[in-house]
Design a protein around this ligand. Structure first.
Ligand code: ZN
Length: 156
């Protein structure tokens, strides 16, 4: 397990469409472990493989309820709406207001390549949308309403 370098906006790798994972190699397992380490180290709630320079359809998420690993995720259902601040580890220190569905159902493969379906509301729904967007080369800044602002860090 290791911390990988997080690519920042402007890096071409963040604009590419990622390839589906067809089998889980040792290399991919190591990547997933590293992505979790990198996300926790950076204090994020989600990380997509292209953010560490790998064009594979893998995301990791933890909104405070334990780690979620999604391989080849797809959004299969959405409902409602939420509008709130969003940030990204590839654009440190900035955030902006984005409207997302308030409920999102995702179909994916887990770390053993078993099919899973997960439902999320509020922050988890937002994280599903944000991270899956990365797999198609999209950043949240494309959806920001009213421009970006500096994130106020809560210290102490
Ligand atoms: Zn992001």
């Amino acid at each position: 397990m290791a911390i990988r370098k997080i690519r920042e906006m402007g890096d071409e790798v963040l604009t590419k469409v990622c390839k589906p994972v067809d089998k889980l190699t040792l290399r991919t397992r190591i990547l997933i472990g590293d992505m979790l380490d990198t996300m926790y180290e950076a204090g994020g709630v989600g990380l997509a493989a292209p953010q560490v320079g790998i064009l594979k359809r893998i995301v990791v998420i933890d909104v405070g309820e334990g780690p979620i690993v999604l391989i080849n995720p797809e959004i299969v259902e959405t409902a409602g709406e939420q509008t709130g601040d969003e940030g990204c580890l590839s654009l440190p220190g900035k955030s902006g207001v984005v409207t997302r569905p308030n409920y999102v159902k995702v179909k994916a493969l887990d770390e053993d390549m078993n099919e899973i379906e997960l439902e999320g509301e509020e922050l988890l729904a937002r994280a599903f949308c944000h991270e899956i967007d990365h797999l198609d080369g999209h950043m949240y800044v494309e959806k920001v309403e009213g421009g970006l602002h500096d994130t106020i860090m809560e210290e102490e």
